[in-house]
Design a protein around this ligand. Structure first.
Ligand code: SF4
Ligand code: SF4
Length: 443
């Protein structure tokens, strides 16, 4: 049963701030940038409409748990494209996440046992205990590499268990995991700085190659890289799922680990995680004991493309003779406003031809667990993105976020066209291998 007292209006902690939604002057300039509005042309599926809905709930004119409101808070990708273009400076993300948290709290008592179990496993266990995530990832890796996957796909068992879609979008696990274990990788040449490297949660089991390439490129740029074991998940998926309090617990772990490390900066190679890490200050805005520490932490967070662009890379790059197109991850382009650094890094690779695709910063439909919560819209946006990629006929799609890489790689596979999907640092790493060969031995 949904608690009647929580139906009208928001209550308790994590309330969408009135001064933020009152800033919206309803000009509509954000509408053409909103993926769900562009796809549907429905007012409530756009930022202006969603802000009006949030205000209506705050003013008690609309039930928090009305199906229309819950649908819109779920259909929004949290891509923040609206925020980046808003002339009034509406910080949309500060509205959406508390609104989702309020829904999660109000609907918790009505959740089925299966939904409760799924949430407890995903949010309460996998993302908060990385040893459990590694154990689960080891099973998935065995399933994917032992022939079991091929058998399950052919046999129809996945369809019978209604697991076909979920199984298809699961990332392929890395051959070896990148586990944070107090590693210290020395800088090559003159040491410019020391960086705390965030190994991630899904990143460390499914994108370990990205992490390894990141360490190689950073050390080659003169950065000492440390990977403290007491770090953990950034909390992004937990927060986007409306579990703000659990997200804060995860954030505290990273803040404390960084403070202990003594590193100069906190470097991350996943745009969605970087965006969450840079917003820890906001996450703790009404938690006085942590607010200052969170602000100081966030000021030191750098996306790896931003950081490499800032400090300069080793220029001894060999040629990569290929055509590349770059996909702007929403949480890099809109939430962090980083678009030029990855392109400047790619432009330094000899032999690489860069072709810009249309709508490179329109969300690809990945957005955390959006594929699971909104499969229809995720599919529409994924197909739209793949068409734009194929229009420029690249050999390589470069990006800077694992969710985008997965979503676009799945779409490209379905199209039957061979396009490699890589992080920007993997391309730099490849260029170094082409130039000097042996450095890969280091890790
Ligand atoms: S651009 Fe900003 S002010 Fe204009 S409708 Fe969108 S959110 Fe409101
Ligand atoms: S965050 Fe993205 S999907 Fe949500 S309203 Fe803004 S532009 Fe639209």
């Amino acid at each position: 049963m949904i608690d009647q007292a929580t139906r009208a209006g928001f209550s308790g902690q994590d309330v969408p701030p009135e001064d933020v939604f009152n800033q919206c002057v309803r000009c509509g300039l954000c509408l053409p940038t909103c993926p769900t509005y562009v796809e549907t042309l429905v007012e409530t599926s756009g930022p202006r409409g969603r802000i009006a809905l949030i205000r209506a709930v705050a003013e008690g004119q609309l039930d928090l748990t009305s199906p229309g409101f819950m649908h819109q808070m779920s259909e929004c990708l949290d891509c923040r494209a609206c925020e980046a273009v808003c002339p009034s400076g509406v910080r949309y993300g500060e509205l959406l996440e508390p609104a989702r948290t309020q829904i999660v709290r109000a609907t918790a008592p009505a959740r089925t046992p299966a939904a409760r179990f799924g949430r407890a496993v995903l949010i309460g266990t996998l993302f908060s205990q990385l040893s459990v995530m590694r154990l689960a990832a080891s099973f998935v890796r065995f399933y994917q590499r032992s022939g079991l996957q091929a058998f399950a796909r052919k046999s129809g068992i996945l369809r019978a268990l209604r697991l076909e879609d979920l199984e298809a979008i699961a990332p392929r696990m890395s051959p070896r995991f990148f586990v944070a274990a107090d590693q210290r990788f020395p800088a090559r040449g003159t040491r410019k700085a020391s960086a705390f490297f965030h190994a991630g949660c899904i990143m460390h089991v499914a994108f370990a190659e990205w992490n390894e390439a990141s360490v190689r490129v950073l050390t080659r740029a003169g950065v000492e890289v440390v990977v403290p074991r007491d770090q953990g998940c950034c909390g992004a998926i937990t927060i986007h799922a409306g579990e703000m309090e659990r997200g804060r617990e995860l954030a505290k772990r990273n803040i404390a680990a960084f403070e202990r490390s003594g590193a100069d900066v906190y470097v991350i190679n996943a745009a969605g995680c970087g965006s969450a890490l840079k917003e820890y200050g906001q996450l703790f805005h009404d938690v006085p004991a942590w607010h200052e520490r969170a602000l100081a932490f966030s000021a030191k967070v750098r996306d790896i493309t931003e950081y490499l662009d800032e400090i300069g890379i080793d220029p001894n790059l060999g040629p990569v003779n290929a055509v590349v197109t770059y996909q702007d991850p929403c949480h890099l382009a809109h939430a962090q406003r980083i678009t030029a650094p990855p392109r400047r890094l790619l432009a330094q690779i000899p032999g690489l031809e860069i072709r810009e695709m249309e709508e490179s910063s329109l969300c690809c439909g990945s957005a955390g667990i959006y594929n699971v919560t909104q499969p229809e819209m995720a599919g529409r946006l994924g197909r739209r993105k793949v068409e734009h990629v194929l229009d420029v006929a690249p050999d390589i799609l470069a990006t800077a976020n694992p969710g985008c890489a997965l979503q676009i790689a799945n779409g490209l596979r379905a199209s039957g066209r061979a396009v490699e999907v890589l992080h920007v640092v993997q391309l730099l790493d490849r260029a170094y291998s082409a130039g000097t060969g042996t450095f890969k031995q280091l890790i």
